[in-house]
Design a protein around this ligand. Sequence first.
Ligand code: AP5
Length: 218
Amino acid sequence: MNLIFLGPPGAGKGTQAKRICDKYNLTQIATGDILREHLKNETGLGKKAREYIDAGNLVPNDLIIDMMRYEIEKNRSKGGYLLDGFPRTVTQAEALDELLNDLNDKIDVAIVLNVPNSELMARLTGRRVCPSCGTSYHLIFNPPANEGVCDHDGEELFQRKDDNEETVNNRLEVYTKETKPIITYYEKQGLAHHVDGVGTVDEIFNLINEGIDSFVNN
Ligand code: AP5
């Protein structure tokens, strides 16, 4: 089974993707996480991508498509995968279709997480992340058991550079302009399943599971 998670910044894609991958034994391929590794390791791609990520703009399509072709080909031998943060433009969605066609592979369902902008700002500015395992917490909505450290490995949590108010505003605008149109792209293919992303993490997890089951068992 191969899935796509769509939704605005802060919709809970990463939070839910980890749980869904554990349940269905899928590999999470998260473009943001992969790009941040490139930044940290100062690779050629990392150096080119930094200015876009720090400003909350999209990294150019050609760089992302090359990166994702490599990641999908590398991971598909392990079984199913969940694409978190890709595609993000119609050009990327078309490139993904071409790649899957070449690989004789397909997407089973695109889960669309819907959350209003008023809630997204609070979620993102209060987010804290584990540098080691990538788990996302929230100062108020989803705090770790011990303040400032990860429940899983005790690492000190940090705030992402693009989680400040100004950059979040730009990320939300970019989402509306460039990424939202691909929801229609997947609706037309009969692959989109909308989920209300407001509620507890457990409630939303259950709704996503119901959506996956309704597509995969039909
Ligand atoms: P990326 O890292 O993908 O960021 P994003 O899409 O903006 O998504 P986020 O990771 O911010 O949010 P999320 O939906 O995963 O939410 P989370 O679960 O953490 O991309 C970063 C940048 O990389 C982009 O801006 C761009 O520059 C570049 N990039 C990436 N992909 C690209 C592509 N394909 N093309 C071009 N450029 C690309 O949750 C958020 C917070 O809410 C957390 O604190 C969490 O604890 C909390 N939370 C989660 N669920 C709930 C809930 N139910 N109730 C309350 N709080 C909750």
